[in-house]
Design a binder for this molecule. Structure first.
Ligand code: MTE
Length: 325
């Protein structure tokens, strides 16, 4: 997901350019040279994002109160990533091509949020957040999180298992795959200087029905005991802890049950580098870097972050290995 120059952990994050951004920027610069009108549009968007500027990465979130922690996911063998790091080091390409998008992500409009569930199900439904809260009791789970770019975190999510939603909508026997779609509106999802042209928007991801029914597959509506900050995918996102982080689509608006495998964002953009299955696997290098080790997101330059061996299925083999046997 970024242009590799040296080993991934040898560079501070600000020095790495996501590959898709690099190519799009070249295209964008070309289009500016070709059409002077583009410059006016850029500065207008710049003004808009300055208006949205906030200095609090958890602005707009509210405490969730006393939520039970699922005893099966109460801890992992690593310490929790501090909240201020997990909420200020993000990937959310709708809002920019670097890790510092939390300010521009504040433009995401989360009022009156609806999630449409459609396709091959007995009970198609459109849920609002109250419906979700009423139907699916919230619990806390501490999960490892592993990005395909080789950085990692430990995050306390709040939310509910995907299998509860499956039970509610009752997929038909013809449903084999599930497509998840993120919010997208090109008028609001553009950080300063960021023109995500030529990417296959909206952001989509996919799972098999069996993966979605797995005990670990989770919809998060909160993190660190509060509702989700916008940059982390408010108000509801996917968390699939045995897969690389890009499988966890943010700010979900639509869930569709299908017979055929759906196209997904990264697999469409760079098919040689990002597959559909995308299970964490230390033995399967990314075409441009090793996956044998990971860096725990920390303070200071990224090359000094705590480096650990990558775990098969991100340490969740006992729950998921049988899915791929
Ligand atoms: N969802 C959307 N809609 N857009 C994105 O760009 N990035 C993915 C995933 N979900 C992304 C997304 C990637 S690459 C990662 S690693 C995780 O979100 C990052 O989640 P975090 O920012 O909460 O750590």
């Amino acid at each position: 997901m970024f242009l590799r120059i040296r080993k991934t952990w040898e560079l501070p994050e600000r020095d790495v350019t996501p590959e898709a951004f690099f190519y799009n920027r070249r295209r964008f610069m070309k289009s500016l040279i070709g059409a002077g009108v583009g410059i006016a549009a850029t500065s207008l968007t710049g003004c808009q994002s300055r208006r949205n500027r906030s200095d609090n990465p958890t602005a707009g979130t509210v405490p969730l109160g006393d939520i039970p922690r699922n005893p099966n996911f109460a801890e992992v063998d690593r310490s929790l990533t501090p909240r201020d790091l997990a909420t200020q080091y993000n990937n959310f390409y709708e809002f920019g091509g670097n890790k510092s998008i939390w300010r521009s992500a504040q433009a995401l409009p989360t009022e009156d949020w609806k999630v449409e569930v459609t396709g091959l199900v007995k009970n198609p439904r459109t849920y609002d957040l109250d419906d979700l809260q009423r139907k699916f009791p919230i619990e806390e789970r501490i999960y490892r999180f592993r990005c395909v770019e080789a950085w990692a975190m430990v995050v306390p999510w709040a939310g509910f298992p995907m299998r509860l939603l499956l039970k509610d909508v009752e997929p038909l026997s013809s449903a084999k795959y599930v497509r998840f779609q993120s919010y997208y509106d090109p008028d609001v999802t553009s950080g300063p200087g960021w023109r995500p042209y030529s990417m296959p928007w909206p952001y989509t991801e996919g799972l098999t029905i069996e993966e979605m029914a797995n005990e670990l597959a989770f919809f998060a509506t909160g993190v660190y005991g509060r509702t989700l900050p916008k940059q982390n995918g408010a108000p509801i996102r996917m968390v699939i802890p045995w897969k690389y982080g890009f499988k966890g689509a943010k700010s979900i608006v639509k869930i569709e049950f299908l017979e055929q495998k759906p196209a997904t964002f990264w697999n469409t953009l760079v098919p040689k580098e990002y597959g559909f299955v995308a299970n964490v696997n230390p033995d399967k290098p990314h075409p441009r870097w090793s996956q044998a080790e990971e860096r725990m997101v920390g303070r200071g330059p990224s090359f000094s972050w705590d480096v650990r061996p990558t775990l098969h299925y991100n340490g969740y083999g006992e729950y998921v290995a049988e899915l791929y046997g």
